[in-house]
Design a protein around this ligand. Structure first.
Ligand SMILES: Nc1nc2c(ncn2[C@@H]2O[C@H](COP(=O)(O)OP(=O)(O)OP(=O)(O)O)[C@@H](O)[C@H]2O)c(=O)[nH]1
Length: 923
């Protein structure tokens, strides 16, 4: 099984090893993962996407969800592990239960199964919700039988009983409800018999089994048959009572091959953490010295395996090149580690980086030949034929359910092979076959199967392959789904060797030639190459031929195949020759192998880096747009200022017209007062001079004109200020909301709280109101009175009574001109003085106008200042709230550009490395 997690953590049993499925569903927009940012796939489209079904090409192309073709990743189950089985009553009525579970998922328990018990669906749901909130993503939460509840609480999967739903139905229903999820749901079976176990694992594609045993007999059956036939993890549920007994039984079962125990809440409470640790460690034995024989009775799970392959580490290759290869490996390791670093920084949620981490950890491993093809195409038979013995099972229905590594080991003569499930989940078989001395052969589950888990396993493994042996069955040469799968392998730029198997099915040579031409022609087109390596073979015949010879050594077989002129055998020999030549470092093929091996991680790194580049480029673009947008938003406040300026004109007009009207009224009053005919007034001024009482005109100016207009002006300016402030506050709020809505992730609540609009936009100056407040009506009226008095005095002071009496005549005459005429007639002596009267009066009028104009000017200026201060206030406010956004965006942009640069440098280093690998040659 492919491990997508760091091997450095491989031996820890519990929580942190679990794939963080929740994480997958909540990608931060600024952080990339190959996640369904936009996908909202229906079940149908999921199904279409999930396998290379024959109609794949006719479907509208969805952008890929991940680099894996189906867009899904399998959840991984770490073994050994503890499954905690609970009922809803356990969760709902036992108050201490949640604390115990919380502690357990932190340490030892990796899977929690919730049974309905006697409770209703409602109770089960309630218990599931509680459990989910406690467990979070630290362990898998599985619900027994109820797919609906599992989906509703976003559980990791379901456990089905023997009589429960078919696994595929349950899986599809879960996927339907989690259409955004990238991780496939888990489906487990609760079984009691060997048949049910085999059925669930091999035909249903269950992810793991819970196997209930009852007593000694069951125990023996388990060891002898179930563990032999079933490769998926098996967790044992025993009815043994007592902690000590359970402990002993558990440790024996673990040693025999069980993946873990199923325990109840009661048992969990009585087992301490230490007991559980002891239980797991009891199955480990000290690491055997390399090269020593592996005893099947004593499975070894070494604690210090730092990669997926326990066993000896060696690099195949011809001596002359070994040093050079080793040098390149060392350089490659450092370049790749750097690339991993950059990728993890550029796209922290890109889980595919685990492919590269795995590939780096396997740099020292032997070459891997990975056999792929549709189910039933004869992959296992091809491998058996290569190995010279029927090590792997074959059959007409899908038989390979796990990625199986075949590695070399010299076993004792009685033993054929020894297989074990590595804690990382990989299935490894050690065989004494010659060809494995130089390469690891990897058997994969067939593609185009109804069992999605198997399909995913193979897809996930493809990037790690050094060479793919693509087995095509002669009875269906190059199906549409094979074409799609081939396309996927090319996405990873894999070298592919084609095998047209079951060639014995053709009736004659011309049929065979036709099929070869067909496959070759299409493969050339698909792989866009002139040269396609294709071997038509009959693995079955080749195996039979090998088995019929006394020894399975290459030499014997060679002789036997030479004797046998039949092409069915000789063609297989050709394939074998090709593979062996591949292993010989002294030949160009051997160099080719070395290059392929070295290029595998480079290819993965290139893919990931280019995906990262694309992502970072997109983010950069987005960041630039955001940066421009935020700057534009800050600047846009100037438009608001202009708009306010425009609208303030009408306010100013109103205020000025008030002054104008007042001035006109005062002028009118002055004109009507300053008349020669206004004898009473004149007399009173002339005779009483300064001592005369306040004139009625003055109080009229003050009380009837200025005072009312002042209060009116105050009201108007108050409204003006309110208009300014409310517009400002509204606009400020709008800006604040705009920033927050548009870039919600940038908000720092603490800082934001300090930026309350009311405070920043509150009233401060109100100059225009002050101008009016400072305008004193008594002072103004006094001034006017003074002026009027002076006019009278200046006119009549020197005339005496005669002049004045003459003016009596005029008291009935209405106009000033008439006044003058009358005066002129009456007293030529007073003419000069009196004739100045209109000019004096005009002076007063002018003075009034001047005062009014000055006031108007002052007020307009103050109103303008108020306006500017308010809009500036808003501008400053917008600048202030925009600043953190501008800074953050600038920062983000700088970081992205830096990351882009780092990615480019990493790509350049990879390019150089690739060239160095390409330049490897036999000296
Ligand atoms: N006629 C003929 N049958 C073959 C040949 N090779 C394999 N078969 C048969 O094809 C069937 C499938 O073979 P397997 O080797 O199990 O195929 P597989 O690809 O490993 O199948 P999965 O593991 O299920 O993917 C078996 O019945 C084999 O006996 C061959 O060369 N000729």
């Amino acid at each position: 099984m492919v491990s997508l997690l760091s091997h450095s953590t491989s031996i820890h049993f519990t929580s942190h090893l679990f794939f963080n499925s929740q994480l997958c569903q909540h990608a931060h927009p600024s952080q990339f993962k190959f996640r369904p940012r936009r996908t909202n796939l229906s079940v149908n489209s999921l199904e279409k996407n999930s396998s290379f079904s024959s109609n794949t090409q006719n479907q509208p192309q969805e952008p890929p969800r991940t680099l894996f073709p189906g867009g899904f990743k399998r959840p991984e189950i770490k073994v050994p592990n503890i499954v905690l089985q609970l009922s809803s009553e356990d969760v709902l009525s036992d108050k201490s239960a949640l604390d115990v579970i919380d502690g357990a998922v932190k340490n030892r328990v990796g899977i929690v199964v919730l049974n309905g018990g006697e409770g209703s669906g409602g109770k089960l749901y309630e218990a599931a919700c509680l459990l989910k909130s406690v467990i979070r993503d630290r362990a898998y939460l599985m619900i027994a039988e109820r797919v609906d509840i599992a989906a509703a609480v976003n559980a990791s999967g379901v456990v089905l009983s023997d009589q429960g739903l078919p696994a595929i139905v349950a899986r599809n229903a879960m996927m339907d409800s989690k259409s955004e999820a990238i991780v496939l749901p888990l489906v487990a079976r609760d079984v009691q018999t060997l048949n049910a176990a085999v059925n669930a694992s091999n035909f249903e594609g269950a992810d793991f089994l819970i196997y209930g045993i009852d007593g000694e007999r069951d125990h023996k059956e388990l060891v002898s048959s179930v563990f032999e036939h079933v490769k998926i993890p098996i967790f044992i549920m025993s009815n043994t009572c007592g902690v000590e007994k359970l402990f002993n039984e558990g440790s024996q079962l673990l040693k025999s091959g069980a993946s873990g125990l199923v325990i109840s809440l009661e048992e969990l409470k009585s087992f301490g953490d230490d007991d559980l640790s002891r239980l797991f460690y009891s199955i480990y034995v000290p690491k055997e010295p390399k090269h020593e024989k592996v005893q099947s009775s004593q499975k070894i799970w070494t604690l210090d395996t730092d990669n997926g392959f326990p066993g000896k580490k060696r690099v195949a290759g011809f001596t002359e090149l070994e040093d050079r290869e080793q040098q390149i490996i060392e350089k490659e390791r450092s370049v790749l580690l750097e690339a991993i670093n950059v990728i993890q920084r550029a796209a922290p949620l890109m889980e595919e980086v685990s492919l590269l981490i795995d590939a780096v950890s396997q740099l020292d491993e032997p070459f891997s030949l990975v056999i792929v093809g549709e189910f039933n195409s004869g992959k296992s038979t091809v491998i058996n034929a290569l190995l010279g013995k029927k090590y792997l099972k074959d059959g007409v229905v899908p038989t390979t359910n796990e990625i199986t590594f075949l590695r070399y080991s010299e076993l004792n003569p009685k033993e054929q092979q020894y297989c074990e499930r590595h804690p990382d989940g990989q299935y490894i078989c050690y065989l004494p076959a010659q060809i494995l001395k130089e390469m690891i052969i990897v058997d994969t589950p067939g593609t185009n199967v109804i069992l999605q888990r198997q399909q995913r396993l193979t897809e996930e493994f493809v990037p790690r392959a050094d060479l793919l042996l693509f087995v095509i069955s002669a009875d269906r040469p190059l199906t549409e789904s094979e074409v799609a799968f081939l396309g996927y392998t090319q996405q990873w730029r894999k070298k592919v060797v084609f095998v047209l198997n079951k060639a014995d099915l053709y009736r004659n040579a011309s049929e065979l030639e036709e099929a070869i031409a067909f496959v070759q022609e299409n493969a050339q087109k698909l792989m866009k190459t002139e040269h396609v390596t294709l071997y038509p073979i009959s693995a079955r015949c080749a195996l039979e031929a090998k088995l019929s010879t006394s020894s399975n050594s290459l030499k014997d077989y060679e002789e036997s195949s030479m004797d046998n002129s039949h092409w069915k055998i000789s063609s297989f020999y050709e394939l074998e020759k090709f593979l062996y030549s591949f292993l010989d470092g002294s030949t160009s093929m051997g160099i080719e192998r070395m290059k392929l091996k070295l290029e595998t991680p480079v290819g993965i790194a290139e893919q990931l880096l280019s995906a990262c580049q694309k992502l970072v480029r997109q983010e950069c673009q987005q960041a630039k747009q955001d940066f421009t947008a935020v700057n534009e938003l800050v600047i846009s406040v100037q438009e608001y200022a202009l708009k306010m300026e425009r609208e303030s004109i009408s306010w100013k007009k109103q205020a000025l017209s008030m002054i104008d009207t007042t001035q006109a009224r005062i002028v009118k009053l002055i004109e009507s007062t300053l008349r020669l005919s206004n004898l009473d007034l004149a007399t009173s001024y002339v005779f009483k001079g300064e001592k005369s009482a306040s004139m009625p005109v003055a109080s009229s100016i003050r009380n009837d004109i200025i005072n009312p207009v002042l209060s009116e002006a105050q009201k108007l300016l108050g409204e003006y200020m309110t208009w300014l402030q409310s517009n400002n506050a509204r606009e400020g709020r709008l800006y604040k909301e705009l920033f927050e809505k548009r870039w919600p992730s940038f908000i720092d609540p603490q800082k934001q709280a300090q930026l309350e609009t009311s405070e920043l936009l509150g009233r401060k100056y109100e100059l225009s109101i002050k101008i009016i407040e400072n305008f004193s009506a008594p002072a103004a009226s006094k001034l006017f009175e003074q002026e009027i008095r002076e006019v009278f005095l200046g006119t009549f002071g020197g005339l005496g009574a005669a002049g004045l009496s003459a003016s009596l005549l005029t008291s009935v005459l209405p106009t000033t001109l008439e006044d003058l005429l009358a005066l002129g007639l009456c007293s030529a002596g007073g003419l000069l003085a009196v004739s100045n009267f209109p000019a004096r009066r005009q002076k007063v009028v002018d003075k009034v106008k001047r005062i009014a104009d000055a006031l108007a000017c002052e007020l307009e200026e103050a109103m303008q200042k108020d306006l500017l201060e308010t809009t500036e206030n808003l501008e400053n406010f917008v600048k202030l709230i925009g600043k953190p956004y501008q800074d953050l965006m600038q920062n983000r942009l700088d970081k992205l550009l830096e990351t882009e640069d780092e990615l480019t440098k990493a790509e350049e280093k990879l390019r150089t490395l690739r060239i160095e690998i390409q330049n490897l040659h036999i000296s």
